[in-house]
Design a binder for this molecule. Structure first.
Ligand code: SF4
Ligand code: SF4
Length: 422
């Protein structure tokens, strides 16, 4: 890597150090509680996977640039300056072994938002050219093609035709002045077209108007995952432009964890102004419709003993906690909670872009032991979730541990229980 590229990364790290980060680093009391909250540490015992270790480059730049002691340590030779080799080494800790799940931030006794700092550390590594190949590829495709998986509009259109044929319902495209603009993730388009089918059935059942935009169907944001705010802003802007052009009242974020965090919580900050429309997660929309008496089900309850996996960005980081439980109660007789559910649920092991990193496959499988033990303890027959990425990762983990268990998206499950007249 050239000196200029390293310097770009170093400057990017330096620029990330705002007053929040400085106060977080200053106030850390080295208690180690964040380590026990991180599944990459609990499942491997590797001290390099503790959240605070992952912040090494950021901490070093803060110390050496912004503290007197740090500057003196460099002068006296007690502390070596950050090098390109350090950044290369930290790629594994900042990307492969962090799903940005935010569990560590929940337990810090002094209120340090560790996931915020990891997100900022990624900005430095990405600028220095040390992001993983898989994420670079996904981000390049997102910028050039509009989808991290390289899904182009004709492929979406093919799925639309397929869903129209199987449901007999029309899928609206580029309709203005409708109630909802529905976003999807490429993973849903390609692997779970049941989601689009479920949306079509539910919208008809509740009498709401909706559309998909041919200019902005993709909800996921690789810019946030890799740590490139300029790209993240461009991806959010595409959705904002489409929603404003179609003058929709509400944008629905799909069953994808980080897409919700990107568009709802980071979106307005990235574009530098409030949105002219609301953003809600699909589960929030469905729960509101339930509350208003519009979303009805046929009264049959699923007999299977089942549980719900809370996607980190939707539940812990997004606050959508009660809604899935209200919805599950409508259709499930034997719903049981995992230990450490809701706000403190354990990550699937593949969020935050980790699923796109090929080198992390073995580690992902190792840390899936945590989810396995949560599921084994309950002896459930079915798993429900609300994130296509979690679904893929948990399918991968179950296959590795030879676990047989059907998995379903909650939106899809509700659509299966709509009254007959729908
Ligand atoms: S955000 Fe999650 S995966 Fe990353 S360090 Fe914190 S607990 Fe570990
Ligand atoms: S939990 Fe907070 S105070 Fe304790 S080591 Fe982690 S960051 Fe520092």
């Amino acid at each position: 890597m050239s000196t200029a590229t390293f310097e770009r990364g170093y400057s990017a790290l330096k620029e990330q150090i705002d007053t929040s980060i400085a106060s977080y680093l200053q106030s850390c009391v080295h208690c180690g509680m964040c380590a026990d909250a991180c599944l990459f540490y609990t499942e491997t015992g590797n001290p390099k996977y503790t959240p605070i270790y992952k912040l090494g480059p950021l901490k070093k730049v803060w110390e050496q640039e912004y503290t007197l002691l740090g500057r003196l340590k460099v002068k006296w030779g007690w502390s070596k300056p950050l090098t390109d080799a350090d950044l290369a080494e930290w790629k594994e800790y900042v990307y492969d072994s962090c799903t940005m799940c935010g569990r560590c931030s929940m337990v810090c006794p002094v209120g340090n938002d560790l996931v915020y700092m990891i997100r900022k550390t990624r900005e430095g590594l990405a600028a220095a050219g040390h992001a993983p190949e898989g994420l670079i590829g996904a981000t390049t495709r997102a910028v050039k093609i509009g989808s991290p998986m390289g899904v182009k509009w004709p492929a979406v259109l093919a799925q639309i035709k397929h869903v129209e044929k199987s449901t007999g319902l029309q899928i609206p495209v580029d309709q203005a002045n409708v109630d909802y603009l529905v976003l999807m993730s490429s993973m849903e388009v390609m692997n779970f077209p049941e989601y689009m089918e479920a949306i079509a059935k539910i919208m008809k059942s509740v009498g709401k108007t909706w559309t998909i935009s041919s200019e902005a169907f993709e909800a996921t944001n690789s810019g946030i995952q890799i740590g490139a705010s300029d790209i993240a802003k461009e991806i959010v802007s595409r959705i904002v432009n489409a929603a404003e052009k179609l003058q929709v009242k509400t944008v629905i974020s799909p069953e994808c964890g980080h897409a919700y965090m990107a568009i709802r919580w980071e979106g307005p900050n990235l574009i530098g102004r409030p949105f002219k429309f609301k953003v809600q997660h699909i589960l929030e929309i469905l729960d509101d419709l339930r509350d208003q008496g519009k979303l009805k089900v046929d009264g049959t309850l699923e007999e299977a003993r089942l549980t719900f996996h809370d996607p980190c960005q939707i539940a812990r980081r997004g606050g959508v906690l009660q809604q899935p439980r209200n919805l599950l109660k409508m259709v499930a007789k034997n719903f049981v909670e995992m230990e450490d559910h809701g706000q403190m649920n354990w990550c699937c092991g593949g969020g935050g872009g980790v699923s796109a990193i090929e080198e992390s496959h073995e580690l992902r499988t190792t840390v899936f032991k945590r989810k396995k033990s949560q599921l084994d303890a309950l002896k459930v027959e079915k798993l429900v979730t609300a994130c296509a990425n979690c679904r893929i990762i948990m399918e991968e983990g179950m296959e590795a541990y030879q676990m047989e268990m059907p998995m379903v998206g909650l939106t899809e499950m509700l659509a299966e229980h709509l009254p007959e007249t729908t």
